[in-house]
Design a binder for this molecule. Structure first.
Ligand code: ADP
Length: 480
């Protein structure tokens, strides 16, 4: 099949979260299955500066009608590996910036213009390249307008650009909602600025377009597929999602084992496997040293790697500061994002420097060291579409402690509920729920045989993209 992906992030070029990992690994896995894969990505500064992009060549110049203007741009293309072509949608005014979505303080004010331009440029590029995709697979709100624009363009030009479209919701909390006047920039017919179009409480909602107009809708876990049909998790789009219930499926993301594998991870001070775990001790010692924790210490190390956003349950960890201060444990956090959360985590690390360490930035190498060197990985998310770190943790023999939501429930088995198969601990997403699970973690760690068995079962699980990509492959075939 000719499969075109459209996304605003792609590992290793630009990443703010799991979206980049998922699109990077899925596209590679589809190419491994023999498909011809293309990925459209905004030509951000960071991507253009990446060594892979040095070979990028202009595929075509663009003139994109946007409202009453015609905006110029170009598509530059390169092939990072056999079977995959990356097409960068370039326009300096929009994408030659440091951040993908904002400057760290707040989102860019012209994000609607940027991503409407991106979506239109993709459709125009598909038209110009005359390639006729079998599947156009769009990810999250930044690409959600593509299925809508594609069908409009096909009608206008009397061509078929894509046999089928797929839209994936990686996180329904981010919808791309903009003032109503933004609609004119889409140049879509007025009838689409209504309730059964992309109109949303007198504004426009780009994600709604993807949900309503794609042939198939997917999200990143079966549990989340159910949750987003409820008011509690649907963030106002639950009713819209319900209308597509028959075409909606939840497919778990995989782990990119070329990057996340303790037996071959070059970012670690030592490597290890199920058969020989001694390298994990080296990683733990290195992590403790890196955090400035000196002296003999035998208790459990709790690791956290997360965007600091309300979603990730960092408030629940902060609410349990007494637990970390009064027990013989260590807490190592890596993350950036919300300023308030950053300040509060920093304050906790200052209060208890011998026990709590905080790295307030994006740091790939540190994220690998935390996954390898911790004994437990904390992920008490309030909601979690799929989540990757709880899977990385199991692969790295680090017992995940997660909340009972979304993809976390689909990928972790509680060791107390199911002593034969358990690979982690699951709690209610509340401060008392987390405390209860932290106590269970202490009890588990105090029993090395039981703890070791939980580790081993986690490491034995197959989270690779091979099976995940197979599920997408079947979905594509089925839709065609
Ligand atoms: P989300 O997409 O909601 O952020 P996921 O668990 O799906 O959550 O994916 C998060 C990804 O981002 C993981 O690969 C995680 O390791 C990575 N990550 C998050 N924060 C950081 C950080 N500060 N430094 C390095 N990697 C990070």
């Amino acid at each position: 099949m000719k499969i075109v992906h459209v996304a605003s992030e792609l590992f290793p070029y630009v990443k703010t979260g799991g979206l980049a990992d998922a699109v990077g690994a899925l596209t590679g896995a589809l190419a491994d299955r023999g498909h011809e894969v293309a990925v459209y990505l905004p030509g951000y500064r960071a991507v253009l500066e990446h060594k892979d992009a040095a070979t990028a060549e202009r595929s075509h110049r663009l003139k994109v009608e946007q409202g009453i203007e015609f905006l110029s741009g170009e598509v530059r293309s390169f092939s990072p590996r056999p079977g995959v072509t990356v097409h960068l949608v370039c326009r300096e005014e929009f994408f030659d910036r440091r951040g993908a979505y904002g400057n760290g303080e707040r989102d860019y004010e012209d994000n609607s213009e940027r991503f409407i331009f991106f979506s239109k440029a993709v459709v125009e590029s598909l038209r110009l390249s005359d390639a006729g995709a079998d599947i156009v697979h769009c990810h999250d709100w930044q690409a959600a307008l593509v299925p809508v624009l594609l069908r409009q363009a096909e009608r206008r030009h009397g061509v078929t650009l894509a046999l089928k479209t797929v839209f994936t919701i990686h996180n329904i909390a981010y919808q791309g909602v903009f003032p109503s006047r933004t609609f004119t920039r889409t140049n879509l017919p007025d009838e689409l600025n209504q309730m059964d179009g992309i109109e949303y409480y007198s504004q426009i909602n780009l994600m709604k377009g993807g949900i309503l107009f794609a042939d198939r809708v997917t999200t990143v876990s079966p549990r989340y597929a159910q949750e987003i049909q409820t008011p509690e998790f649907g963030c106002g789009l639950d009713g819209v999602v319900q209308t597509r219930a028959e075409d909606l499926v939840g497919l778990i993301n995989g782990v990119d084992t070329a990057i996340w594998n303790p037996a071959s991870d070059e970012q670690l001070p030592a490597r290890y496997s199920r058969q020989n775990m001694s390298g994990k001790k080296v990683c733990r010692a290195e992590l403790l040293k890196r955090c400035g924790f000196t002296g003999a210490f035998r208790g459990p190390v709790f690791g956290v790697v997360a965007r600091l956003a309300a979603q990730k349950g960092v408030d629940l960890i902060l609410a349990n500061r007494d637990f970390f201060q009064s027990n013989d444990v260590r807490l190592v956090l890596l993350g950036s994002g919300d300023r308030r959360l950053e300040e509060e985590v920093r304050a906790l690390a200052r209060e208890a420097p011998s026990k709590v360490h905080f790295t307030p930035r994006l740091d790939e190498a540190m994220s690998h060291l935390i996954e390898a060197g911790s004994d437990f990985f904390l992920m008490p998310s309030v909601f979690e579409p799929c989540g990757l770190n709880q899977m990385y943790s199991q692969v790295y023999g680090t017992v995940p402690l997660v909340s009972r939501v979304g993809g976390l429930v689909d990928t972790v088995i509680d060791a107390d509920d199911d002593p034969k198969h358990g690979t982690g601990l699951i709690c209610d997403p509340s401060s008392t729920g987390l405390l209860e699970a932290l106590q269970r973690a202490l009890a588990l760690f105090a029993d090395p045989a039981r703890y070791g068995a939980v580790q081993q079962r986690g490491m034995a699980r197959d989270f690779s993209w091979k099976s995940a990509a197979g599920a997408y492959d079947r979905l594509y075939q089925d839709s065609l």
